[in-house]
Design a binder for this molecule. Structure first.
Ligand SMILES: [Zn+2]
Length: 462
């Protein structure tokens, strides 16, 4: 080789595998002389193949020194190991790189596997079609493969056997050393085309998924302020926080926007299985979604201000939270869209108002209606009395009796004694310095009263 003029580094690459090297044509010789590819006139290391800087032959029946482009077109990387103790069946894994050659090899092996399964099964129609992208296959040992293995110094006795095989070889090289001959599969243009189409399909799917991920993260960052507002009043990352976020969304009539407010554990991104649900947000009308998210943020900010005012914990579930939320559930979406300052003023006004509970003057005994009179104190409706006719059901009466320890009577209505008790609870002192227990009872009772089905006056929520 020295006489011909093959440089020393190429000689060093060729000599250890002298039994698998052919100088098959002029191009091969020129490749060796110039230190380039044996199959094409290009250099060994192209601009696109920086990863494979140096040629390294792993193992196989034929050593061809080729550039990355030629290898991607025709060379398959395999990992072979015994599938069972008999040594007659091999497990063949095609490397994960999605080159044309590897895709074609996967499709050929997949087709062959499906064919064998169909031949062996009693109900051929039930055998599923071949998986073209399957990486791991079971292959029977062929004679050509045995011969090749014999040359490899029994590599599989101490682990997997890596080798590279070519789909087609240049003229002059033995035919029995191609991938098809060793694996016992027949080359087919139809399968080659199917493999190409399948790879294109996978690429398109991956591209779609990537685009959706980008769009979702853009959406998330577009609503960063609103998400932070919600994050400040829920236990983000815990399941309890997810329930709190759902409560917030339902109070803001924005249930469909709830997936925007789901955080993964440890403050990270949401797990993959929520991604599908989050991606539904992308299909929503952007204006409607924006309005819904702003409403949720308004509710969250009003809650936060309420908690700050009486210095209570903003992330825990508390009677205070349920009182404010059940009050805000009565507000119309249009009113909520007016912003946290306006909503907070009304919430504070109603929370501080003195409440009287009476039966309406003209009601009969079983009408299940209740007149709730609020005496508002503070801007903008100072001194105004607000009368709201509320309704209650048997279920609500039972719940109130259970919560406040009243003795229920048979006809499932609120007696005068109960009303007096409830009124005492509702009007307990609540200023910042007062007993926490008093405030909790007051908020618990107010949550019940605010939650009663009623029509709220339009002048309050204008
Ligand atoms: Zn090449």
């Amino acid at each position: 080789m020295e006489e011909v003029g093959i440089p020393v580094d190429r000689r060093m690459a060729l000599v250890p595998f002298a039994d698998r090297t052919w100088f098959h044509d002029n191009r091969s010789l020129l490749g060796h002389l110039a230190g380039g590819c044996e199959l094409c006139p290009g250099p060994l290391v192209g601009a696109a193949a920086r990863a494979r800087r140096y040629h390294q032959f792993i193992d196989g029946p034929v050593m061809l020194i080729a550039c990355a482009a030629c290898k991607a077109k025709g060379c398959v990387d395999l990992e072979v190991s015994y599938a069972d103790a008999t040594g007659q069946v091999l497990k063949v894994r095609v490397e994960h790189e999605e080159t044309v050659a590897n895709n074609y090899a996967r499709a050929l092996l997949g087709k062959q596997g499906a064919h064998l399964k169909r031949m062996r099964s009693k109900r051929a129609a039930r055998v599923l079609p071949a998986k073209l992208g399957k990486r791991v296959h079971r292959v029977d040992v062929t004679d050509a493969l045995s011969l090749c293995y014999w040359n490899s110094n029994h590599r599989m006795s101490h682990g997997s056997w890596y080798l590279e095989l070519w789909h087609t070889l240049p003229e002059g090289l033995p035919r029995c050393t191609t991938f098809g001959a060793l694996m016992g599969v027949r080359n087919s243009d139809k399968v080659r085309k199917e493999a190409r189409d399948h790879a294109a399909l996978l690429r398109a799917r991956r591209r779609d998924a990537a685009q959706k991920r980008v769009a979702l993260s853009k959406l998330m960052s577009a609503f960063m302020g609103e998400r932070d507002a919600v994050c400040a009043v829920v236990r983000a990352g815990a399941f309890e926080g997810w329930v709190q976020a759902i409560e917030l969304c339902s109070a803001a009539r924005a249930f469909e926007a709830r997936w925007l407010f789901r955080w993964g554990g440890h403050g990270g991104l949401a797990p993959i299985e929520w991604r599908d649900n989050q991606q539904k947000l992308l299909q929503m009308d952007r204006a409607a979604l924006g309005a819904a998210v702003r409403r949720v943020a308004t509710v969250a900010r009003v809650l936060y201000r309420g908690f700050r005012r009486y210095s209570s914990y903003s992330k825990e579930g508390s009677p205070e939270r349920s009182a404010m939320l059940s009050l805000m559930r009565n507000f119309s979406p249009a009113f909520l869209e007016r912003g946290p300052a306006v909503v907070d003023q009304i919430v504070e006004l109603v929370r501080c108002a003195a409440i009287e509970l009476t039966y309406p003057a003209n009601s009969c005994n079983n009408s299940q209606t209740l007149l709730v009179t609020y005496t508002l104190a503070g801007e903008p409706f100072d001194g105004r009395r607000m009368e709201i006719v509320s309704y209650f059901s048997d279920h609500i009466v039972q719940r109130i009796c259970k919560k406040f320890g009243f003795l229920p009577v048979g006809d499932e209505t609120l007696t005068q004694v109960m009303l007096r008790g409830l009124r005492a609870c509702v009007n307990r002192p609540f200023a910042a310095g007062t007993d926490k227990h008093d405030r909790a009872i007051r908020n618990k009772a107010r949550a019940e009263i605010f939650g009663l089905p009623a029509v709220w006056p339009t002048w309050l929520l204008a």
